[in-house]
Design a protein around this ligand. Structure first.
Ligand code: ATP
Length: 900
């Protein structure tokens, strides 16, 4: 919720709140630099490039090649170097792109600050704040620079990041003492600390590295660079596979040497095989895939702050969502007004000014209804929203830019905006009350208190407190009720009448707010301001569900994910909306904040199974709810916006914050930011999470089975006493054309049609679950055996090792390029996969096939790759054998699927 307009409205006449002009600010940035801590240096592209050669195996290979060059074997040595270089360039290009993507995301997640420029309050990137800027901070904001407080209302700041002090400290406005930028000064606020309560205006005195934060700059809290659990697991697995591969390669090389093959040749063969087969690039390719996914998600309005969230998203089994603004549009319109003198219907849509009040179909002039008139006044006075007409709009980067003539814009919290518009329809505006009341203090709204009060002074010096908030909270604070032009004690019967009116409005999905006031008696302490109030009335406002919400909820349920609504609103209102969007069904349970307070952990964990709505909850209840679902073994996504939601967001498996209404604190605690605050976007993110995890499994399956195939070919060849099946240059080329683009293209596979019809994956199930490892090994063996079979068959036919080798070389590539299509789906086989759903894969496969045919049929390339042209009959053999493997694996797959 944004309250940025209030002080601006009250204090805009003071010169000191004009702030700097844009040109002054620009000049200061030019002179003193931007307001940034020296960020960790991003990796230089050159380093990324040289890193590609840091692999020990590649270095050994290059060393061996250099030796063979020295010994006069020019062609092969140069060709090997070129292939290694090509591999490095490909790795470099991908890594650079990944770096750039992640860098761009960091910038997108960069915080903004509210600052006065040219007299207008606007939001700017924190980096653009300069000394002498006047900034505005409020609950949930991260403070953008060190600043002296000029004015504050109940300001508490969490400075733990700087001082280690875990309790928020109270801050006051600067009096007359000399300003010294030191910690623990009550008139200073510091960059990087967060406002937990209240708000303030302050003048910046230090930016960037000159701030207290700058002095301990390495505490920079950026997007996590840490590896995801999957990457860690794969790195470990990669090590085991590497050791296995290296052993086999050593055996292959030693056996060759023992059989009398030239030592250097066998060394190069062994190392080339290792380079090709060791999956050292696996974690890197996973990062690339995750970065691609993150990019795709941001295009769909879900900003991922921590890479590991992409993996967890696909496991989500419960989504706990706020109601207001996430499932609903957060465009409120008051539809009903209740006072003890009668109920009025309010006409009009959205924030349109047109509309009137009717009682039993008859137009009512509010001026003739003292109680309703009082309610309109409270609605205006106890309000921080603002209506801007085109006539008094102003230029700003963030607000009311170029409004068409005759239009208006409402700025501020939607609940309060609706109340302003309602009062406007009754002819009551802030202008009309300006002469009567002067606002002197405020007890701000927060989601736990569920109400707010403004203290105003009349011309005669009377102080009045105006209070509005959730119906049940207000009624508890009232001892009197306004009726028939007077006021009387609030009796049980009156309370029941009000309660009936509330239930009736809430039951038709209206959010209900209560209104009350009292005159403050001289000497009354602030703690008592909100006690003994006089009840005035209720306003019921609609907040229609978002159009996409219903479909998104349906998708969730079909995908085995339980959507749960968590709201500060009343039970009846919550259930009515939950029914409309399809979250609440007959037989489901609703738990209120009060009931939740009475339950212990175990009771709640039992109760959550059948609960789809939590109503009248405070942010601290959210933490209990997350824990209860987790206790039941769920993977929980939890949304939040306010500062108090941060603990629950942190506790959730997937913390989700709101891009528009979210505070800096919640954003920082979250893994995912919904840029449009929309529930449907979260469902889209879950879908993307599932897609990417599936794609990672796809290319792991592909890469590993191909590597097994390559190693097995060479190993079995040696065991069978055959000469080396493939030469080093051939092995390296196979690696280049199969592991490169086709594998990356697999990472770009679009969503399979039934992806959101499957149950969520279990978080505990490993990447090789559901028999993936068996499939990989089985398919790898088939690749190896097929290649060997071609070698033997062609040798027997032609008695030429070169021709047999060329056939084996071509088979190894073709069989892998066919296999890549099998890897597109875990449920379909080579005959049923959708071949053309990913054109990038088709292109990658075509390019790879053309390359390998070129090495056989282009005269100039043949000597380099030691190939000979194959005749038609040879090609038939190669193609025939290459097709055997997918046919066998399809048949075996069908057999096992039937058995399941
Ligand atoms: P949800 O939890 O569904 O997102 P919400 O965020 O609007 O809803 P809160 O902001 O916690 O919920 O509000 C809780 C209750 O406080 C509301 O039901 C309403 O009765 C009351 N309320 C909301 N906004 C204000 C306000 N600006 N002033 C006074 N009372 C308010």
């Amino acid at each position: 919720m944004s309250l940025i307009n209030i002080l601006e409205k009250d204090l805009s006449h003071k010169k000191s709140y004009e702030g700097l002009s844009e040109s002054e600010a620009k000049e200061r940035i030019r002179q003193y630099g931007t307001n940034e801590l020296q960020a960790k240096k991003s990796v230089h592209p050159f380093t990324i490039f040289t890193d590609q050669f840091k692999d020990v195996l590649v270095m050994i290979l290059l060393a061996c090649t250099a030796i063979s060059l020295f010994m006069g074997e020019y062609t092969e040595a140069i060709a090997i170097s070129c292939i290694v270089l090509a591999n490095a360039i490909m790795g470099f290009a991908q890594e650079l792109k990944t770096e750039k993507t992640l860098e761009a995301l960091k910038n997108m997640a960069a915080p903004v600050a509210k600052v006065y420029r040219n007299g207008n309050l606007c939001k700017l990137p924190t980096s653009e704040i300069v000394c002498d800027d006047v900034i505005m901070v409020e609950s949930g904001d991260k403070i953008p620079a060190d600043a002296v407080i000029m004015e504050s209302i109940s300001l508490d700041v969490d400075e733990s990041i700087l001082t280690g002090e875990s309790v928020p400290v109270s801050k006051q406005q600067h009096k007359n003492e000399e300003v010294q930028n030191e910690l623990n000064k009550s008139y200073l606020i510091h960059m990087g600390t967060t406002v937990t309560k209240g708000r303030a205006k302050a003048k910046v005195i230090a930016t960037g590295m000159n701030t207290q934060m700058g002095k301990i700059a390495d505490m920079l809290n950026e997007i996590e660079d840490e590896q995801t659990p999957l990457q860690k697991k794969l790195e470990q697995l990669g090590k085991y596979i590497a050791i296995g591969c290296l052993l086999i390669c050593a055996i292959v090389a030693s056996a060759g040497i023992l059989r009398g093959e030239p030592v250097l040749d066998m060394l190069i063969t062994g190392v080339s095989l290792s380079v090709a087969a060791v999956p050292e690039g696996l974690p890197a390719i996973v990062t690339i895939a995750l970065a691609i996914a993150v990019n795709r998600m941001v295009k769909r309005k879900a900003l991922i702050r921590k890479l590991h969230a992409v993996e967890t998203l696909g496991c989500a089994s419960v989504i706990c969502s706020d109601k207001t603004g996430t499932l609903t549009q957060n465009k409120m319109t008051v539809k009903k007004v209740f006072t003890l003198d009668g109920t009025l219907e309010v006409s009009g849509d959205g924030y349109e000014k047109a509309g009137d009040f009717k009682s039993d179909g008859q137009r009512v002039n509010i001026r003739n209804d003292e109680t309703a008139q009082m309610m309109m006044e409270i609605a205006i006075l106890c309000n921080n929203a603002e209506i801007i007409d085109s006539e008094n709009s102003f230029q700003s980067r963030d607000r009311a830019v170029n409004m068409a003539k005759g239009t208006h814009k409402v700025l501020g919290d939607p609940t309060e905006s609706a109340l302003l518009v309602m009062a406007g329809k009754a002819g009551v505006t802030s202008k009309s009350l300006e002469t009567e009341y002067e606002k002197i203090d405020e007890i701000p709204f927060d989601s736990t208190r569920k109400c707010m009060s403004v203290i105003a002074q009349t011309k005669t010096g009377k102080k009045v407190v105006f209070c509005k908030g959730a119906y049940d909270i207000i009624i508890e604070k009232c001892t009197y009720a306004k009726q028939n032009g007077g006021q009387s004690g609030i009796t049980q019967a009156i309370k029941q009448k009000i309660s009936r009116a509330n239930n009736q409005m809430a039951g038709s999905a209206l959010r209900v707010l209560g209104f009350a006031y009292k005159e403050i008696v001289a000497g009354e302490s602030k703690e008592n301001y909100e006690k003994g109030l006089t009840f005035v009335g209720l306003a019921g406002m609609i907040d229609p569900p978002r159009k996409e919400a219903q479909q998104a909820v349906k998708t969730c349920i079909r995908a085995g994910i339980k959507p749960v609504m968590i709201t500060g609103d009343h039970k009846e209102t919550a259930v009515a909306i939950a029914k409309q969007v399809g979250i609440f069904h007959d037989g489901d349970k609703v738990i209120s904040g009060m009931e939740l307070d009475r339950m212990d952990e175990n009771e709640l964990a039992k109760a959550v199974t059948h609960t789809t709505v939590f109503a009248r909850v405070s942010p601290n209840h959210k933490l209990k709810i997350v824990r209860a679902f987790k206790k039941r073994g769920h993977i929980v996504a939890m949304t939040g916006d306010g500062v108090n939601d941060a603990p629950a967001i942190k506790e959730a498996d997937i913390g989700v914050s709101m891009g528009i209404t979210g505070t800096d604190v919640t954003k920082e605690a979250s893994e995912v930011i919904l840029l449009d605050d929309n529930f449907a976007t979260l469902v889209v993110a879950v879908e993307e999470g599932r897609v990417i995890y599936g794609n990672i499994r796809k290319f792991i399956r592909y890469l590993l089975s191909c590597n097994i195939g390559e190693v097995l070919t060479m190993f079995l060849g040696i065991l069978m006493g055959l000469p080396v099946i493939l030469l080093p240059i051939q092995i390296l080329l196979v690696n280049l054309v199969t592991d490169g683009f086709p594998a990356i293209a697999l990472g770009l596979e679009p969503a399979e049609k039934d992806i959101m019809k499957r149950q969520p994956r279990k978080a505990s199930s490993g990447i090789f679950s559901e028999g993936l490892l068996t499939t990989i090994i089985f398919r790898g063996c088939l690749i190896g055996l097929t290649t060997l079979a071609v070698f033997v068959t062609l040798y027997k036919m032609t008695m030429s090792y070169d021709l047999a080798r060329t056939g084996a070389f071509l088979t190894l590539v073709i069989t892998q390029l066919i296999h890549v299509f099998e890897c597109k789906s875990e449920t379909k086989n080579i005959f049923t996969v959708p071949y053309f759903s990913n054109m990038k894969l088709i292109l990658a496969v075509t390019a790879s096939a053309l390359t390998v045919f070129a090495t056989i049929y282009v005269d100039a390339l043949r000597p380099i790759f030691s190939t000979v042209p194959l005749e038609k009959s040879h090609l038939v053999i190669v193609m025939g054998y290459s097709m055997i493997a997918p046919i066998i694996s399809s048949v075996v797959g069908m057999f096992f699927n039937n058995k399941k």
